[in-house]
Design a binder for this molecule. Structure first.
Ligand code: C2E
Ligand code: MG
Ligand code: MG
Ligand code: MG
Length: 289
């Protein structure tokens, strides 16, 4: 077979690579179609305040509704979109759709958080696109939040600071996503106009079961307080985690315990009693009540 394909025996050494490259090519072709035939959708995951137990907003998360393969997760296709430049069009779509949908929500106090890839920033024009999405949807800019990861901050720092400040000046809030997983230079935190830091769910996962993790999470929350930046815990799945986060002074929570990404639940404004230990105090949290 190697002979017929006109390739050397290297085929045997690279077949795995070829398969991976082939798969990415297929995803790329699929993404072009997905854009053309409107196969993307946004699902929303609620974010609650631990101070008053109230719903504060939703994070918009993209899904690819493939006609034959079903729902495809962003973990499968975002990196392909980034490598091929398709992220620009997909990101534009996400931004516009999230603003449009949030503008129709009954509760006009709720925020919508949109994930941005570093590649979207490099494409430039970010501030203009954000301003346009706001203007076209009629969404109050203070209801829009942009989530970025630390990887954005590594290259071209001055340009990124400027872009983020332009976006911030529109009234849009900025959150640092997946905090603690990247290069985490603490100096970033004071240089960039962040309103929020989201502690990566890998830390939340071992909270209460690992002294090191507990110390890190407590420190990040303390850092947030001194920098006057709100702290969100991502990936909260258990009541025990909520109790610890509440005791540490964490501001916001998001995770399967409070709701999986899905449709926006109109009419819900507080977390349910089962998730709100303030109304059902845990012995360890006694000093918090
Ligand atoms: P992220 O921004 O950190 O989003 C949180 C991810 O954690 C989501 O995965 C969410 O479903 C998942 N999650 C939430 N709560 C829990 C929990 O309690 N336990 C566990 N195990 N997981 C939880 P999802 O939706 O698959 O998204 C994965 C990543 O893809 C996102 O991570 C984000 O980096 C990226 N992404 C999603 N939508 C977009 C988008 O519109 N644009 C861009 N550029 N990236 C996106
Ligand atoms: Mg996010
Ligand atoms: Mg995250
Ligand atoms: Mg992530």
């Amino acid at each position: 077979r190697a002979k017929h394909s006109g390739r050397s025996t290297f085929v045997w050494y690279t077949s795995e690579m070829d398969a991976e490259a082939q798969k990415r090519k297929e995803i790329e072709a699929g993404l072009v179609k997905a854009l053309k035939f409107d196969q993307f959708e946004l699902v929303y995951q609620p974010q609650f305040s631990l101070h008053d137990n109230r719903l504060k907003g939703y994070e918009a998360l993209i899904r690819w509704e493939h006609p034959t393969k079903g729902t495809i997760s962003p973990d499968v296709f975002i990196s392909v979109a980034e490598d091929t430049g398709l992220i620009e069009d997909i990101g534009d779509w996400v931004l516009r759709r999230a603003c449009q949908e949030a503008a129709t929500w009954e509760d006009k106090s709720l925020r919508v958080a949109v994930n941005f890839s570093p590649a979207q920033f490099r494409a430039g024009e970010t501030q203009k696109k954000v301003a346009k999405a706001i203007a076209e949807s009629g969404l109050d800019p203070r209801r829009l939040e942009i989530e970025i990861t630390e990887s954005l901050l590594i290259a071209d720092t001055d340009a990124v600071v400027e872009t983020l400040e332009d976006i911030h000046a529109l009234g849009v809030t900025i959150a640092m996503d997946d905090f603690g997983t990247g290069y985490s230079s603490l100096s970033y935190l004071s240089r960039f106009p962040f309103d929020k830091i989201k502690i990566d769910r890998s830390f939340i996962r071992t909270l209460g079961r690992d002294i090191g993790t507990d110390a890190i999470v407590t420190s990040i929350i303390g850092l947030g307080r001194s920098l006057n930046v709100q702290i969100t815990a991502e990936g909260v799945e258990s009541q025990e985690q909520v109790t610890l986060l509440r005791a540490a002074g964490c501001d916001l929570v998001q995770g399967y315990l409070f709701g999986r990404p899905g449709a926006v639940r109109q009419g819900i404004s507080t977390m349910s009693a089962a998730e709100a230990p303030l109304s059902r105090p845990h012995p360890d949290a006694a000093d918090q009540t």
